[in-house]
Design a protein around this ligand. Structure first.
Ligand SMILES: [Zn+2]
Ligand SMILES: [Zn+2]
Length: 133
């Protein structure tokens, strides 16, 4: 199973790409886990450019302890640093999900929730719908 391939950067303010900063991917518990996967970052930049709107990362990296705290399974891709729960300003989760669903036909994990979309860059294809959260 793959883990994050780290982005190597030397930019000011911890900027890891045009629209994202490393801090946005950091585990919310404060442990400092903030891997940024190259492929995930490219995907998020594409979403940013497609909708031409800010993309908010509700949850990126999670250490195992924090992942358990939020009630997620140990196999969660957030633990491996290759997942993000995102919200695009001005767009519903359905609109964001639909775009990604059409774009990535045979790979990645996509889950739609009421207020956000989970995306991870696993090699295999997985889709789920959890609109009741
Ligand atoms: Zn943590
Ligand atoms: Zn998620």
């Amino acid at each position: 199973m793959r883990s994050a391939r780290e982005v190597v950067v030397n930019m000011t303010c911890d900027q890891v790409s045009e629209h994202f900063r490393r801090i946005e991917f950091a585990c919310h518990c404060g442990c400092g886990f903030a891997a940024v996967d190259v492929e995930l970052l490219e995907l998020l930049e594409d979403v940013r450019n497609h909708f031409n709107a800010p993309v908010h990362v509700n949850s990126g990296c999670r250490c195992l302890a924090h992942n358990r705290e939020v009630g997620s399974k140990d196999s969660s891709k957030h633990v491996r640093g290759i997942a993000a729960d995102i919200r695009v300003e001005g767009y519903s989760s359905a609109e964001v999900y639909k775009y990604l669903y059409r774009k990535y036909q045979n790979q990645h994990g996509l889950g739609i929730y009421k207020t956000f979309v989970h995306v991870d860059v696993r090699r295999e294809r997985k889709r789920w719908i959890k609109l009741a959260n």
